[in-house]
Design a protein around this ligand. Structure first.
Ligand SMILES: NC(=O)c1ccc[n+]([C@@H]2O[C@H](COP(=O)([O-])OP(=O)(O)OC[C@H]3O[C@@H](n4cnc5c(N)ncnc54)[C@H](O)[C@@H]3O)[C@@H](O)[C@H]2O)c1
Length: 341
């Protein structure tokens, strides 16, 4: 088996690459390096091949699939900033949806029979349920979430038509790092936003404390990036069984074209207030204390995954605690922002 990992030089992708290699899988990375950092792949053993290019480049894809005899794809490459997707919807549709279409065409033609797609809890929008199951209606609230839902449709339909086993993994809120060098360097999510504020000597902002939750602040499900990487390995192994022979010319397994769509979360909610207290504890920065600002439009009170289906279908559950996540994220933050300590 050789797995093509798109976006493998990104934050999550680099963790997935490392985990797959450590599990003995062969890997080739395709990344256009718009957000990816090649140095993230340096510590991996063995060193994976890195091809610089976009998933929209059909000729490049044909060459990589053939040269590396790719038998499965983990597709993580995408644009991921919600705010930017509102400002530049066409860019997001071109990168995340058109790019995926080109990739799927190439993959089907090459006879690849396994495809794992990075989806997101953003497909659910603002679900009004205690635990979000895979049956909860998908009503994305922004172009980013729309591109992820459209991507799922494309992946499932293509898998069924082409006899390809597929898995769409709906990640909840990802945080932490397996090693400081692999940390997320963007400031788009709550954890780096808290660290950023504290580094500048400012109070982290809590948007709204009058939600119908135990302490009035929003509740989310946070998943350690290493647990998420292990979910990819579990999905890859599952698809190896589902798809049978390695290429389309070989006999199929019992369930060719089978599709899975699963939440990747912990099933446990953490409030923004709890997060702020834990961040103060881990960083030792209790002043200035977190400050409450008005609610942001479109923030649901509570989004927590039901993690049951992933346990049943993938034999996978998250192992790391919120404290592990924040401690490792802080180590990574301090590596890139030495002034933070
Ligand atoms: N980080 C999160 O909290 C989160 C949550 C849910 C889903 N996701 C999804 O997980 C995936 C990885 O996210 P991440 O946080 O590692 O982001 P990231 O920006 O760190 O990684 C994305 C990688 O893809 C590459 N890339 C982007 N467009 C490309 C293209 N057209 N061709 C080739 N490479 C391209 C970038 O250079 C980057 O290395 C994305 O699909 C994202 O939508 C992330």
């Amino acid at each position: 088996m050789t797995w093509l990992i798109t976006g493998g030089a990104g934050y999550i992708g680099a963790h997935v690459v490392r985990t797959m290699l450590e599990a003995g899988e062969r890997v080739v990375v395709l990344d256009d390096l718009t957000a990816g950092v090649p140095a993230r792949l340096k510590g991996s053993q063995p060193q994976p091949a890195l091809v610089q290019g976009t998933v929209s480049d059909r000729r490049l894809l044909d060459r990589v699939l053939e040269e590396h005899q790719v038998t499965g794809v983990l597709h993580l490459a995408a644009r991921k900033q919600v705010g930017e997707s509102v400002e530049r919807p066409l860019h997001y549709y071109r990168e995340n949806v058109h790019g995926l279409t080109v990739l799927l065409e190439a993959v089907v033609e090459a006879g690849v029979r396994r495809f794992v797609f990075s989806s997101s809890a953003a497909v659910y929008g603002t679900p009004d349920v205690d635990l979000v199951t895979e049956e909860t209606p998908c009503l994305p609230m922004n172009p980013y979430g729309e591109t992820k839902l459209t991507g799922e449709w494309l992946v499932r339909a293509t898998g069924r038509a082409a006899g390809m086993a597929t898995a769409c993994l709906r990640y909840f809120n990802v945080a932490g790092a397996a090693r400081p060098e692999l940390a997320d360097t963007g400031v788009f999510n709550i954890v780096p936003m808290f660290f950023d504020a504290l580094t500048r000597g400012e109070a982290p902002l809590i948007f709204g404390d009058d939600y119908p939750t135990p302490d009035g602040t929003c509740v989310r499900d946070y998943i350690h990036v290493q647990d998420l990487a292990e979910a990819h390995l579990a999905a890859a192994r599952r698809l190896e069984t589902d798809a049978g022979g390695t290429r389309a010319t070989e006999p199929a397994g019992e369930a060719p074209g089978r599709d899975l769509t699963v939440n990747i979360g912990t099933g446990k909610g953490v409030s923004v207030r709890e997060m702020a207290d834990l961040v103060a504890d881990i960083t030792g920065k209790r002043e200035p204390a977190a400050r409450v600002a008005p609610r942001r439009a479109g923030d649901p009170a509570r989004v927590v995954a039901s993690a049951e289906l992933a346990a049943k279908e993938l034999g996978w559950t998250a192992r790391h605690s919120m404290r592990d996540m924040l401690t490792s994220a802080w180590e990574g933050w301090c590596l890139h922002h030495p002034e933070a300590r």
